[in-house]
Design a binder for this molecule. Structure first.
Ligand code: RB5
Length: 162
């Protein structure tokens, strides 16, 4: 499969921090540029603070793809999918990972640092980076919801938080 070198923004809370550090190393080795939005230590923090940074950067097009980790991946998914044009997929298995790219054109990969181990996480990241979007009918389906939050509260509330 062809290599996609599009830069990535990554973020986590304390529960995702150890896996974030491993994933970062792996991505740097592949020659892909990566920006780390934190957290930068294992001290307890609030996952929305980091989910918002990554999701905002993807939402406004500063980065085309992002990776988020928390304990389960659930909190980060909830936060990031409130942002227009963000299609965050919680993938703690390989099949969901492939389908999130082929059918949903996921632009943020979310994983649970307390759910999966390092080896599986690396396989998930590799597959997510390599798998292209199928387009066609799936594009039409995405257009039915993408940007739906443009008229919602999200646009005004996240500016205050940043
Ligand atoms: C932190 O303890 C934990 O709640 C968080 O990492 C995440 O799993 C939330 O969804």
């Amino acid at each position: 499969m062809s290599e996609n070198k599009t830069p990535i923004i990554i973020g986590s809370d304390h529960a995702g921090y150890p896996l974030k550090e491993k994933i970062k190393e792996h991505i740097i080795e592949t020659g892909i540029e990566i920006e780390d939005a934190g957290t930068y230590a294992q001290d307890s923090v609030d996952y929305p603070d980091f989910g918002i940074k990554v999701a905002h950067a993807v939402s406004i097009g500063k980065f085309k793809r992002g990776i988020l980790l928390c304990g389960t991946g659930i909190g980060m998914s909830m936060v990031s999918n409130r942002f227009p044009h963000v299609r965050a997929a919680l993938c703690n298995d390989l099949f969901s990972t492939i389908m999130s790219r082929r059918h949903n054109n996921s632009n943020i990969l979310v994983m649970g640092g307390r759910i999966i181990g390092e080896a599986l996480a690396m396989e998930i990241v590799k597959l997510w980076l390599e798998t292209p979007f199928d387009g066609e009918r799936h594009q039409l389906r995405i257009e039915k919801f993408d940007g739906i939050n443009n008229i919602g509260i999200c646009g005004s509330s996240f500016k205050k938080t940043l």
